[in-house]
Design a protein around this ligand. Structure first.
Ligand SMILES: [Zn+2]
Length: 254
């Protein structure tokens, strides 16, 4: 049974040549969401517990510490910890310990997260933001990836790929492939984390509209190319901006 489900998932993900957006009334998009729900169903056949998630996250974090220069005495660390504490109060999944790590990188605008509660942000990203609300929005987006189990499901997906193909000797390849071939599904996660992040900042008393500056700025040098658009794991900023504006107005009433 499990194998049949996984075969179905691979079939769906290999049809991933449609750009995922955020409009549920669009036929293509609703099909996509439906396929994504199936993928999640299959992935959830390989569940991990909160403690497994924390353990895997901590293990991956050790690798992150080796590959990146993570600051241990950063002057704004208490300020960042304060934002994380405020936001994590409103998460749906309790029992995850959120910690934010600052990467000393003055060149790259980046923030990301790992299963189990590890959040990362570069010094350039921190300096680039213009307000606490905006910084909180970026951090909240990363918290939402963890809270909505996007990060945990990546781990589950690897376990799934490995368990199904291990008997044939292709376990590792399947595990990496399963992560690579579903780029447009990653875009669905991005929209989901944008909405989750906007909800968190709003509950914590920040202005979710301030977070929109991020997409306006990022969108300034983006050019649309169909192929790139299909293969991207992140949707384009202009589309994220449109979706978020609609969400903030219609769902959050702000
Ligand atoms: Zn994201």
């Amino acid at each position: 049974m499990k194998n049949a489900i996984v075969a179905l998932v691979l079939l769906f993900t290999s049809f991933g040549f449609v750009h995922a957006q955020c409009n549920p009334d669009d036929t293509v998009e609703s099909w996509y969401t439906w396929a994504k729900d199936w993928e999640n169903y299959a992935i959830d056949q390989y569940p991990i517990s909160l403690s497994d998630e924390a353990y895997i996250g901590d293990t991956l974090h050790k690798g992150m510490m080796k590959e990146n220069k993570i600051l241990t005495k950063y002057s704004k660390q208490p300020y960042l910890d304060g934002i994380v504490k405020k936001l994590s109060h409103y998460v749906n999944r309790k029992g995850i310990n959120y910690t934010i790590h600052v990467i000393d990188d003055p060149q790259t605008l980046n923030a990301f997260s790992l299963a189990g509660g590890h959040l990362y942000i570069t010094t350039k990203m921190i300096d680039w933001t213009e307000s606490e609300d905006e910084l909180a929005f970026i951090i909240a987006h990363e918290i939402a990836h963890i809270d909505n189990r996007h990060a945990a499901r990546k781990v589950q997906k690897m376990i799934m790929g490995r368990s199904v193909f291990e008997p044939y000797g292709y376990g590792d390849i399947a595990a990496s492939l399963s992560l690579m071939i579903s780029a447009p599904f990653g875009q669905i996660d991005e929209y989901d984390a944008d909405r989750g992040g906007a909800t968190l900042v709003s509950k914590a008393g920040y202005d979710p509209r301030k977070g929109l500056r991020f997409f306006v700025k990022m969108g300034e040098d983006e050019n649309y190319d169909v192929w790139e658009k299909v293969l991207r794991t992140h949707p384009y900023s202009q589309e994220r901006l449109n979706c978020l504006e609609a969400f903030i107005q219609n769902d959050l009433g702000k």
